[in-house]
Design a protein around this ligand. Structure first.
Ligand SMILES: [Zn+2]
Length: 186
């Protein structure tokens, strides 16, 4: 096992608790002295992760947790919140009823969870794992996050009940302008 923070392999167990269906171990890195938790559970099914190049690899929950900790490094987030996400994703995968799952789907699950937890962690993760195509895409993601009114179905329903004067004006102005400019001068 390697330290999720500094990647060294010298890890010692400082605490161990058996809850019946899993053993929780508190571990400490001998190099950076940071602590993290591992869970040992009986695995009834082996899950294969299908990588981008179609190679298969056994699902590694430590790697998942490590990538979450990397994204959340130095953020004001309790370790427990990060561990909770990891376990939730693990459960989602287990409950998916599949025997293999693409690394992209796991990445999307991580992004969904991080988006709700911490914007900086989300952007960090997204920039590494989704590898933004260009700076414009990256900017759009950030703009979407900073938008004070996230569009969810409930919000949209509420908006449709508003008098359409303000909304209509705005919409017309936006749509009208480029059309005028695109007419070639003859
Ligand atoms: Zn370390």
């Amino acid at each position: 096992m390697i330290c999720p923070y500094c990647r060294h392999e010298d890890i010692r167990v400082v605490d161990s608790r058996d809850s019946g269906d899993e053993i929780r171990r508190r571990r400490e890195c001998s190099v950076c002295l940071r602590r993290f938790t591992t869970y040992e559970r009986v695995q009834t099914r082996i899950f294969q992760v299908v990588k981008k190049d179609q190679r298969r690899e056994e699902l590694n929950t430590q790697k998942l947790l490590g990538s979450l900790f990397n994204a959340c490094a130095k953020r004001p987030l309790p370790v427990k919140a990060v561990e909770k996400i990891s376990k939730e994703i693990e459960t989602e995968i287990m409950n998916s009823g599949r025997s293999e799952i693409s690394s992209k789907i796991i990445g999307d699950m991580v992004m969904d969870h991080l988006r709700k937890l911490d914007r900086v962690a989300y952007i960090r993760y997204a920039s590494v794992y989704r590898s933004f195509q260009d700076i414009e895409t990256f900017k759009n993601e950030i703009d979407a996050l900073l938008d004070p009114q996230p569009v969810d179905p409930e919000m949209e329903n509420q908006l449709s009940f508003l008098p359409d004067t303000s909304l209509g004006k705005k919409g017309n102005r936006r749509r009208g302008r480029p059309r005028k400019e695109s007419i070639p001068a003859s």
